[in-house]
Design a protein around this ligand. Structure first.
Ligand SMILES: Cc1cc2nc3c(=O)[nH]c(=O)nc-3n(C[C@H](O)[C@H](O)[C@H](O)COP(=O)(O)OP(=O)(O)OC[C@H]3O[C@@H](n4cnc5c(N)ncnc54)[C@H](O)[C@@H]3O)c2cc1C
Length: 328
């Protein structure tokens, strides 16, 4: 029997589903409609049944719940076993995951288990099922055709809008799962500092580079980010200098992001950095060198010293926010 249907793999993180799951639904729905195939979502969680109703209301045809205490924390081996069981039982032809830490870890294992072709960081699924994904640090966008009966793909963040609730409710089915004994074990989880926004889901990112000169130099950049509700990013030069943790790094060897607004402060825009952010909606560059690649690429380029510009911009935004609040 030919593999048919599209399966979205939804992995809960700390008891809730990441917003990227809703982007997968939009991508999956469009493909399902184009191919005239069904769209299902599987929730892997220790409380899958409570999360399922949310997905069932967002335009999928069916939600499958794999609920087990073994899925309370992410263990790639166990989660992949559950996802593979569902994908094999349903005979799905395409499996979609978010291109985040858990999605990437699962996709590789799933591709092996399903003998599937794998495409990572897909930015678009074409109506015929071929996909677009970047190569060579994003310098080339290739159209990829799967030759295998099953295709596994991770979707680049922000490539599709998040599916809204439709008012309809798809059927929800529980799936029995025996996790068995895993060779790997969850040890501990360290939460982000309160108030930090994850870059993967951020609509705005303010990033700093070597031009900030020190960890101290990051303070005004972080304050600007907090003022506009943005995540904080960084170049590798800033990370390697020990001014900010690696988890904030944007680029080839850091995170690939696609916010609506990316503010690059003191970042020259080397190709490895651009690989992670060049598809941002609006890019604002603040730099002393008007000729550097980031200033050339940006939609808005402001030449000057960040130490003068950033506090002034932050103060102005705070002032305007304050006056809006008074006016309201
Ligand atoms: C295999 C490989 C992988 C890599 N992966 C990554 C990656 O994932 N991410 C990444 O970022 N890099 C990566 N790099 C490194 C990359 O090549 C660059 O070295 C790095 O991006 C440079 O960081 P930067 O722009 O902060 O520093 P620089 O290139 O030194 O630029 C600093 C900028 O600050 C400006 N400036 C200086 N003073 C001020 C001031 N007072 N106010 C405003 N502007 C000022 C300067 O004009 C300059 O444009 C990688 C390199 C390799 C070889």
């Amino acid at each position: 029997m030919a593999n048919k249907g599209i399966l979205i793999v939804a992995v809960s993180a700390r008891g809730s589903l990441p917003a990227a799951t809703y982007e997968l639904i939009t991508a999956g729905r469009r493909l399902a409609d184009a191919l005239k195939e069904p769209l299902a979502a599987v929730v892997l969680s220790e409380k899958a049944s409570t999360l399922a109703a949310d997905l069932a209301a967002r335009g999928v045809d069916k939600v499958l719940c794999v609920e087990s205490p073994a899925l309370a924390n992410f263990v790639a081996e166990t989660h992949a076993k559950a996802a593979a069981q569902v994908a094999l039982a349903g005979g799905y032809g395409r499996v979609l995951l978010a291109s985040n830490v858990t999605g990437r870890a699962l996709a590789a294992r799933l591709a092996v288990a399903l003998k599937a072709g794998l495409a990572a960081d897909v930015s678009e699924i074409l109506p015929d099922g071929k996909v677009l994904r970047p190569y060579y640090s994003g310098n080339l966008v290739a159209q990829v055709e799967f030759k295998t009966p099953v295709a596994v793909m991770t979707m680049a963040p922000m490539s599709y809008p998040r599916a809204e609730k439709t008012g309809a409710a798809a059927p929800i089915e529980a799936v029995a799962f025996d996790p068995g004994t895993a060779k790997t074990q969850f040890v501990s989880f360290t939460a982000e500092a309160a108030g930090e926004i994850d870059m993967g889901a951020a609509e705005r990112i303010v990033s700093g580079g070597r031009g900030l000169g020190s960890a101290e130099g990051f303070k005004p950049v972080i304050e600007l980010a907090h003022t506009i509700g943005a995540a904080v990013g960084a170049s590798r030069a800033a990370v390697d200098s020990g001014w900010i943790p690696y988890k904030n790094q944007v680029g080839l060897t850091g995170r690939a992001v696609r916010p609506k607004l990316y503010v690059a402060v003191g970042i020259s825009g080397q190709i490895q950095h651009l690989a992670g952010m060049s598809s941002a909606g609006t890019i604002v560059a603040i730099n002393t060198d008007k000729d550097c690649p980031m200033m050339q690429l940006a939609s808005v380029s402001v030449q000057g010293d960040y130490a003068e510009l950033i506090p002034a911009i932050t103060a102005e935004i705070k002032k305007r926010k304050g006056s809006v609040a008074v006016a309201a």
